[in-house]
Design a protein around this ligand. Structure first.
Ligand code: ADP
Ligand code: TRP
Length: 322
């Protein structure tokens, strides 16, 4: 039975990129009874960037509510907060001592910020080690992630292999599961949609705010009357990942025929988001109004996760002579 594990940081509200790139594919995998799924909220990783406690708490609930609203079944999958299974921190320390400095100095999570070293904390530097601990603590075989996480999985594999070489087959060396069909969803500015770039579309916002976010999508200044190139337009790209074939063809024609403004395209995108996520939006609001129910869902998963984690950690401690 393959074990599948993935996490999403709670450094901000979950967005369309997280949903299409990570949450929905992971939920799909969990529907196959052959898979044993571990899905968690990486609230410890979020501390590398987000320091405000209230914000983290709120984003953690919103991330959990998103998984639940989009259909995660917590009866068959193990769903938990990373911070509630603190065994992961102990394992991360051990793994730190098996991680060569140059491997971390080379990782994108550090390199991207290394032009301003005063902004880099040690947690950010060792971010990939905590991520390796997240994965190998639970003997995960497969880790579904976006292309941006590929290097972190390679680091995980190296750390696990190094440890096993010295102490025997303690850890499973996991494989990344990267679906090339899942595109990187662009944000309203055209860069990768990300909590850290302030360019997200938050499908769970109230209608008015959601519409405002969609209306902010950057477009060029081609006049309304003129034909437009759909392939270079972010609005069209976002519409295409949500719409069915007929609708995509019809919007392409409107772009190419002219007399169709970007404002109209944005309005159609907005309506499509509302239509596609109508039920999920209702469920999200329900969960956010009943946070103690979210807690119950998570506590259930945390109990199971903790059992597995502490048994693995005992083995590691023994191997290390503690
Ligand atoms: P963020 O970049 O917003 O902080 P995370 O790093 O928490 O998001 O990513 C959680 C998951 O969502 C990862 O598997 C990641 O690959 C996926 N993901 C994040 N942004 C996008 C995007 N724009 N398009 C597709 N998948 C994404
Ligand atoms: N670093 C991942 C991201 O930003 C989140 C994450 C933390 C993760 N631990 C993980 C993903 C373990 C998969 C497995 O997307």
């Amino acid at each position: 039975m393959p074990r599948i594990l993935t996490g999403i940081q709670s450094s901000g509200r979950p967005h369309l990129g997280n949903i299409l790139g990570a949450i929905l594919p992971a939920i799909e995998l969990s529907k196959d009874a052959k898979n044993e799924c571990f899905y968690f909220i990486a609230d410890l990783h979020s501390l590398t960037s987000l320091k405000n406690a209230e914000d983290r708490k709120e984003h953690t609930y919103a991330t959990a509510a998103a998984w639940l609203a989009l259909g995660l079944d917590t009866g068959s999958s193990i769903f938990y907060r990373q911070s509630m299974v603190s065994e992961v921190c102990e394992l991360a320390w051990y793994l730190n001592c098996f991680t060569p400095y140059p491997m971390l100095a080379n990782s994108h999570s550090f390199k991207d910020k290394s032009d301003k070293l005063s902004d880099v904390n040690a947690g950010l530097f060792t971010y990939p080690v905590l991520m390796a601990a997240d994965i190998i603590l639970y003997d995960a075989n497969l880790v579904p992630v976006g292309k941006d996480q590929k290097q972190h999985l390679e680091i995980t594999r190296d750390i696990a292999t190094n440890f096993n070489r010295e102490y025997g087959e303690v850890f499973i060396v996991p494989d990344a599961l990267i679906d090339d069909k899942v595109m990187t969803i662009p944000g309203v500015d055209g860069k990768k949609m990300s909590k850290s770039y302030g360019n997200i579309i938050d499908i769970f916002l109230p209608e008015k705010k959601l519409r405002k976010q969609i209306m902010k999508i950057v477009t060029d200044s081609t006049p309304v009357e003129e034909p437009k190139n759909p392939d270079s337009c972010i609005v069209f790209q976002l519409y295409s990942v949500l719409a069915n074939k007929d609708r995509i063809v019809s919007m392409r024609e409107k772009y190419e025929n002219g007399n169709y403004g970007y404002g109209q395209a944005k309005q159609e995108l907005f309506e499509l988001v509302l239509e596609k996520f109508e039920t999920a939006r209702e469920k999200f609001n329900f969960w956010m109004e009943n946070k103690s129910d979210i807690d119950s869902q998570l506590i259930k998963g945390e109990k199971k996760a903790k059992e597995i984690a502490s048994s693995k950690l005992s083995l590691v401690r023994k191997k290390l002579g503690y």
